[in-house]
Design a protein around this ligand. Structure first.
Ligand code: NAD
Ligand code: DAU
Length: 378
């Protein structure tokens, strides 16, 4: 079947993996990557697909309703996979307005453009899909609860029946109420509500997925994993927020892209699916793995760079623990994470060490200044 799909934010970290997967896997589809190319957007992430006949890049702001509406109409778009967003929590603490503008108003502009165009067609919603990519942070933070007398991490069973190491007995499930804490997660929560409102009010065929922390190639080095790999390489301090005890659930980015493919094609309209790796780590433990791996791959003595760990003032409102229960997606759509964390992290570290030029192009100039300002006084 032929389809024309807009993927927003395709020049960013996750978006570039989604674009690559769709362009290569579905030569019969036309994939239009709509991206404003903010500091986080980088066309170098898509060098390997930029000349494919089924791929087009359009530089546009999702808040620019007229441009998005014209694009939908002129290109006869029948699917939207919406990833474009401001995505970094620390930036949202400094500048919440930008997050409300892009994440809330931008999502609304995408929804309204799709609605007006699709409603104008004789077949209306038939064969259409608006798929919104969201985050687990909308559910708030989980406690580090544990069974009596057992220190975390302990082995537990989520509702999928799978055993894994966990730092608490509760998980984010799709029916949990939203309790966002940061301006970033508040803006994503708001956008999720708009997407569901467009289904409930107008009948738009929408789907939402909420995913845990992604890691892998092409992630902007303001996020924990690429930032720390680069700092270890250059023997710069590693700013660990608070005591480093916060827990995140890590998923390899290509597994997220596969989940998006599965959900876009087979997910049920109006449903929400959580996506996660059943892979909880305390920050400080992941940081030790990163130091050992970078040291080993650079031919240094493993652990030689442990002294770079620098405890700094905690992030304001820092969420303690995220842990996703993705058993609904596994049960209903048959998706599973494919990579063990050890394998994924080794691949990831190798990729950043082998792609120093990519990193240097991003970290020189403006970003370096931002980074210095961000950590001044911490
Ligand atoms: P990213 O910051 O790497 O990329 C965001 C992309 O959106 C960039 O290419 C940027 O240029 C583009 N963009 C920003 N504002 C825009 C605008 N106004 N118009 C058009 N394009 C714009 O983000 P990411 O980490 O790849 O996250 C992608 C999506 O996935 C986001 O919606 C995020 O909330 C969600 N998400 C991320 C994670 C994660 O761990 N990174 C986990 C779950 C969900
Ligand atoms: O859970 C999904 C979310 O994961 C996504 O929606 C966000 O877009 C993405 O940025 C990510 O949010 P986090 O805040 O969890 O990711 P970040 O990489 O910024 O931080 C991971 C953990 O590491 C967090 O507990 C804060 C801590 N940290 C982070 C940085 C950048 C540090 O200790 N030091 C640092 O310098």
């Amino acid at each position: 079947m032929k389809r024309t799909i807009i993927i927003t934010g395709g020049a960013g970290f996750i978006g570039s993996h989604v674009v690559r997967l769709f362009v290569n896997k579905y030569p019969e589809y036309r994939i239009i990557n709509v991206d404003k190319l903010t500091y986080a957007g980088n066309l170098a992430n898509l060098k390997d697909v930029e000349n494919k006949p089924n791929y087009t890049f359009v530089k546009a702001d999702i808040c620019d309703f007229d441009t998005i509406y014209a694009l939908m109409r002129n290109e006869n778009v029948d699917g939207v996979i919406h990833l474009a967003a401001e995505s970094h929590v620390d930036r949202s603490i400094k500048d919440p307005f930008t997050f409300a503008r892009t994440n809330v108003m931008g999502t609304l502009s995408m929804l309204q453009a799709a609605k007006l165009y699709w409603e104008s067609l004789p077949e209306k919603w038939d064969g259409k899909r608006f798929y919104h990519i969201s985050t687990d942070e909308v559910y708030g933070a989980l406690e580090m609860t544990r069974p009596e007398g057992i220190e975390p991490p302990f082995s537990t069973k989520a509702s999928s029946g799978k055993h894994h190491l966990a730092y608490g007995e509760l998980f984010f499930t799709e029916d949990l109420k939203y309790q966002p804490h940061s301006p970033y997660s508040a803006s994503k929560a708001s956008s999720d509500h708009f997407v569901r409102a467009f289904h409930d009010t107008y009948g738009m065929p929408t789907i939402v997925t909420n995913c845990s922390n992604n890691y892998g190639p092409y992630q902007f080095p303001e996020k924990l994993i690429p930032l720390f790999i680069n700092n270890i390489r250059h023997r710069k301090p590693l700013p660990v927020y608070g005591k480093g005890e916060n827990v995140r659930d890590w998923l390899y980015v290509e597994d997220h892209a596969r989940a998006i493919d599965t959900t876009f094609h087979n997910g049920k309209v109006a449903e929400t699916y959580n996506i996660g790796g059943f892979n909880e780590w305390r920050n400080i433990d992941i940081i030790k793995v990163l130091i050992n791996t970078v040291d080993r791959l650079l031919g240094r003595r493993e652990g030689e760079d442990m002294g770079l760990v620098t405890y700094v003032t905690d992030r304001a409102g820092h969420d303690l623990r995220y842990a996703i229960d993705s058993s609904k997606l596994q049960r209903e759509l048959g998706w599973e994470p494919s990579l063990q964390f050890e394998e994924g992290i080794e691949k990831t570290v190798r990729w950043y060490l082998d792609n120093q030029e990519w990193m240097d192009n991003i970290t020189s100039g403006e970003y370096e200044k931002y980074y210095d300002d961000m950590y001044k006084g911490r």
